[in-house]
Design a protein around this ligand. Structure first.
Ligand SMILES: Cc1cc2nc3c(=O)[nH]c(=O)nc-3n(C[C@H](O)[C@H](O)[C@H](O)COP(=O)(O)O)c2cc1C
Length: 438
């Protein structure tokens, strides 16, 4: 997903930085184009640092020097999958509406075939002015997506319509425009993430190398697809995903309690955390000193996934993760059968660049009936693929019904009802019929 964010000259220009971050969290590669006026509010350096790309600030800058052909606006126009202008000033809306191309952003708009999303932000009188409203109407009729401004206290001190929509709302519109539907709307997804820690003494613990990246990516993906997300997280050094209910825990036992307490609300439980299998029998109240060899006595922790499966209610989907270093499929299948989850995502944590702590991952989505290979890809992308597979579990599987005899002729008037139930009917000879019921 390649997004060009256009920033024009309004007070809300600083919020474009939040939009860039929100889009990046959704896996987008972002370029930023700033008008001259926008640069009076925010330095291009802010966006260059966030995106890792040079910010385009002029039609003329660098033209012909260093670029392949100097026609950067055409290259940018072809690069972008979508153009989002936030904030959109009254001025840029007018230029877009009337085809004026006197700077990079307005020229880019004419040159690109990518869909355009604008998030207007301005003083309430400017917004309500007939000229602005007429320009917005022209753009709307042309298929431009307008993320309507909200009502509230404006930077100019007035109260009314004109506040730029929240960056998350703009990002959500953009995703919807690009065709990612809200297919998890109505679902409550409980995700666990990170590696639990079991204390040995006040400063030491037994832990693992889990970064939490996979669980956080799943939470973000589920949220952006419309789910309400409850995140139970062991310690990680990641920013909390936006708009998720965060529950922070440290030990396996804390995670167990947090999950069991919240699981009745969930329609889907995804257990991506790396939970300790053992904890020390005794925790020293004082910092342990080096006194020669030491033997630690450990005791097994409770199996949270098994308990979640035992307490599930009808319709709740339970998906676990298995981190394996050998015999991946055998171990994954054994875990699936032993725990009774709907699916297990089997990770190879021994490979280069995949699994624990890496930014990419490869996995197998294992159910009793299928094994779907998900090749190495960024964890955020993998999160969406895993959610696609989980959603497929909700779709009813075709049931094949074999009938020995020719069915009785149906009474008149019921054919339509039956035909809607029986999506396909295959006659197999005169005395045997196979009905595939969706
Ligand atoms: C302090 C200040 C704040 C402004 N805020 C806005 C704003 O929020 N929305 C807007 O449409 N124009 C605003 N303007 C006016 C625009 O900056 C001006 O119309 C400029 O020409 C817009 O250029 P651009 O569309 O190329 O970025 C503001 C001007 C100043 C001086």
């Amino acid at each position: 997903m390649r997004v060009t964010v256009g920033v024009s000259g309004g007070i809300a220009a600083y919020k474009a930085a939040e939009l860039v971050r929100a889009l990046q969290r959704q896996g987008a590669e972002v370029h930023v184009v700033m008008t001259e006026a926008a640069q009076r509010f925010v330095q291009p350096l802010t966006f260059a640092a966030l995106t890792g790309h040079k910010v385009i600030t002029s039609l003329w800058e660098d033209a012909g020097a260093g670029d392949e052909n100097g026609i950067e606006h055409i290259a940018e126009a072809q690069w972008a999958d979508v153009l989002a202008v936030a904030p959109a000033t009254a001025n840029i809306l007018a230029k877009f509406a009337h085809g004026i191309a006197d700077d990079f952003l307005s020229t880019l708009y004419l040159a690109t075939k990518a869909p355009l999303i604008v998030a207007p932000a301005m003083n309430v009188n400017m917004w309500n002015h007939a000229a602005t409203q007429a320009n917005v109407d022209i753009l709307r009729q042309r298929g431009v997506h307008i993320v309507e401004p909200g009502t509230g206290e404006l930077a100019c001190g007035m109260v009314g319509e004109g506040r730029m929509a929240e960056p998350e709302a703009i990002a959500a519109t953009l995703l919807a425009v690009l065709g990612r539907s809200h297919d998890l709307a109505g679902e409550v997804v409980l995700v666990t993430a990170g590696g639990t820690r079991e204390a040995l003494d006040p400063v030491r613990f037994i832990g693992n190398r889990s970064s939490g990246k996979m669980g956080y990516a799943l939470a973000e993906a589920a949220r952006s697809r419309g789910a309400r997300v409850i995140m139970v997280s062991a310690p990680v050094s990641l920013h909390a995903p936006a708009q998720c209910e965060m529950v922070r825990v440290t030990t396996a036992e804390e995670m167990r309690r947090a999950v069991l307490e919240r699981m009745p609300q969930a329609t889907l439980v995804i257990k991506a955390a790396a939970v300790a299998d053992y904890r020390p029998v005794a925790v020293s109240a004082q910092k342990l000193k080096r006194t020669g060899p030491m033997t630690l006595e450990l005791t097994a922790t409770d199996d949270i996934l098994a308990e979640v499966v035992r307490r599930r209610r009808p319709g709740q989907l339970i998906v676990g993760f298995a981190a394996e270093t050998e015999n991946r499929m055998e171990n994954g299948r054994a875990k699936l059968l032993a725990k009774g989850a709907d699916a297990i995502v089997v990770n190879d944590v021994g490979g280069e660049g995949v699994g624990i702590d890496a930014d990419t991952n490869a996995a197998t989505f294992l159910t009793q009936a299928t094994a779907v290979e998900l090749p190495q890809m960024p964890k955020r992308e993998l999160a969406d693929r895993i959610l696609d597979e989980i959603l497929a579990l909700r779709r009813p599987r075709p049931v094949v019904v074999e009938l020995d005899e020719q069915p009785e002729p149906r009474p008149r008037g019921t054919d339509a009802a039956r035909d809607s139930e029986l999506s396909e009917s295959v006659a197999l000879g005169s005395r045997r019929r196979q009905l595939i019921v969706e």
